[in-house]
Each structure stands twice: as C-alpha cells, then as structure tokens.
Design a binder for this molecule. Structure first.
Ligand SMILES: [Mg+2]
Length: 161
C-alpha cells in the first residue's frame, strides 16, 4: 500500500474559496493535482492536518460530500503529549506520522505533503514541501499549494522502487 500523509492548510487550502458545513473550501486546481497524484500512484490518504481533530468520520464525510479525490483511510495520532522532550515541538508532525507508520509495516511507500518543516530526518526523502515555492507558476499567495511541480515530485517518490 502507498500512503499520502496529507496536510490541508497550505496544501489544498491556501486562500479560502468559500465555506460549507466543514469549513473553508479548497482550491480546485490543487484538488485536481491531488487527483492526478492518486491516479498515477493508487495511493491512499491519511490526514495529518489539524483538520483531523474533527475525527475520521467527518473527514470521510467531507471527502464524500465535496467529491474530493481518493480515499481517506485514517488520520495520524496525536502525539504531542508523549513526545515531551526538547525537540518535540519542532518535529511534532513527524513523530505523529512515524507513530502511524510504525503501526503499519505493510506500507510500501509514502509521501508527506505539508507546508511546514516539522518532519524527522529519516522522513526528508519522502517529504514534499508546499510552501516557499514562489517560483512555481501555479502557486497561490507567496508560494503555497500542491502545485504541478510538487505533484510531480510526489509521484516520483511514491513510484520509487
Ligand atoms: Mg499546513
């Protein structure tokens, strides 16, 4: 199984495109790029964004009602409390993703899509950063979003042998 660890704000949601019962509506272009990524890799989605605090059922419901691409199979656990060492704040999301991966040894490949840097060193080869990309033609604002270049990078990572 291939997994996309998906952050939402700064990846699909940059400048709100309106609202519905779930919250801010995402950019259509970034949704389309996610669809392309899934078509090319057959990866499943695990939500790592703070949007997951609404719960897995709400995330699945949002995917269904908004007709978002792919299948949300899970959300990452909340680990901040058990990672109370000095470094946890800077790699908090990385720990949460690692905790999920440790419980799923059948994952053959994964990619992390996030606009923040808080990943573990061992995850950096599987990380596509969706911010600071002011040179990407289809970025939003000062360089955010799941751009075409980010999408192609993620496809390469997930299809790596
Ligand atoms: Mg974010």
């Amino acid at each position: 199984m291939k997994i996309i660890f998906l952050d939402i704000d700064g990846v699909l949601n940059v400048i709100s495109q309106g609202r519905d019962q779930f919250g801010s509506i995402f950019h259509k272009h970034f949704e389309d790029n996610l669809r392309h990524l899934i078509e090319q890799t057959d990866a499943k989605i695990v939500i790592s964004s703070t949007w997951r605090f609404s719960g897995l059922d709400i995330m699945k419901d949002m995917w269904l009602k908004r007709n978002l691409p792919g299948e949300v199979i899970d959300i990452t656990p909340y680990c901040a409390i058990i990672q109370k060492d000095e470094s946890y704040e800077s790699v908090e999301r990385g720990y949460e993703i690692q905790a999920w991966l440790n419980k799923h040894p059948d994952v053959e490949n994964y990619v992390i899509l996030d606009d923040d840097n808080d990943m573990l060193d061992c995850q950096l080869n599987n990380f596509v950063k969706t911010s600071g990309n002011s040179d990407h033609p289809d970025k939003i604002d000062i360089g955010y979003g799941l751009t075409k270049i980010c999408t192609d990078k993620a496809i390469k990572i997930l299809n790596r042998k």
